[in-house]
Design a binder for this molecule. Sequence first.
Ligand code: CO
Length: 497
Amino acid sequence: MTDYERYKELSKKIADIYHASALLQWDQETYMPPKSAPTRAQQLSTLAGIGHELSVDESFGELISNLVSDDSLSEIEKRNIVQSKKDYDKSLKYTTEFVKEMSETVSAAFQAWQKAKAENNFSLFAPKLEKLVALKRKECELIGYDEHPYDALLDEFEPGAKTSTIETVFENIKPKLISLLDKISGANQNNDSFMFKHYPKDKQWDFGIDLLKQMNYDFDAGRQDISTHPFTTSFSSNDVRVTTRINENDVSEMIWSCIHEGGHGLYEQGLKSSEYGLPSGSYLSLSIHESQSRLWENNVGRSLPYWKKNYPLAQEYFSEQLVGVSAKDFYKGMNVVKSSLIRTSADELTYHFHVMIRFEIEKSLIEGSIEVRDLPTVWNAKYKEYMGITVPNDEQGVLQDIHWSHGSFGYFPTYSLGSFYAAQFFAQAKKEIPELNTKIENGELLPLLNWLRDKIHQHGKTYTSDELCTMVTGETLNSDYFLKYAEEKYGNLYGIK
Ligand code: CO
């Protein structure tokens, strides 16, 4: 066996442990009975410890170091080694004790958050979150950073991203978005009341499955289930699970979560199964992951061509609810722009303010300029400032997202970056795929999927986000594509000149 083959074997073994742990987490959020919680936390912590021990194993490190200077490797193999070396060096900064402590703290925080949210009582979550934030601050120091401690956390989700870069992106887009929103609020408003009629659960479920099938999500390599927070998880490219949620009084929740998670699922299913466990078989970053879900959700799913095909199907399922509503009305209704409390049900424009608020709060929390006990006050003040709305309670405010209970600080900005990447990629796809809009109108979504597979999915993590974006579109991330898309689309929708 060559050194590279041994490296592949060890990498697969590490991946097996992490994917087994991901399966337990999937179960925890879908089917696990409540009494199992403490034992499950212990099982996850044990696996996190084993995974960490394997990934910092000295002989694995030596193997990677030897391979760094191996000229016989192919270009992709070399890129895998460079990435694995980076991951190995980073793993060495954590002790097994720290990893297990983090895993246990996260499990406890997640349980506390669920209870706090159900009972609308932030104080039930606060002590666990305080411990978690203290550990996160410690993690920043362990990993190290050049400019801002938050950079260390961003790196986990968006390798190489800097707090300052994200600030620049947000500062660029903020005034332009505010100006567009002002014009929209001054225009005639569109009606979306038919979205909030009673839509039976079983019919919504069937409709969602139809939409996933049309996207070419592979049900022989995945499945959909119900969870409180929709998510996608993968145990290999041949087993990629998505979840959705169904609100009988708002059909849009199911539609957007199905298409969104379906987009994530297609990315994972498009990774090369022969590269399992290696960087070349893993997703690039969360921004790129989110670019895939947003492209399907927003650029495809919230477009008129998409509903020319799918609105008749919606009418078959929901003939009573949609009586007197045309495809155009439906399109207008699903794209109503309005400041709101809940991030996950926000329109695609005000969405970015939800993200900016969380980014600012996380940054302050990690640098220590605010504390956990200040969170509800700071949260509510920012919603007033950015959105002009009063948060009625913590359940709909600071407790709404799962992320902090998972210890995922540095995650939120990737949502906005993902939308901006999506707009840029989609603009390129339109240039390269003949008659893309007509194809979407006919429900032919395979040419778009094949383009994404070819340009993005198949590369896994062998390039940086900047490199990939340049390969696909000829330049690095440029949020002007998103603005152009938004101004055109919403200009038409609201009759703005
Ligand atoms: Co997503």
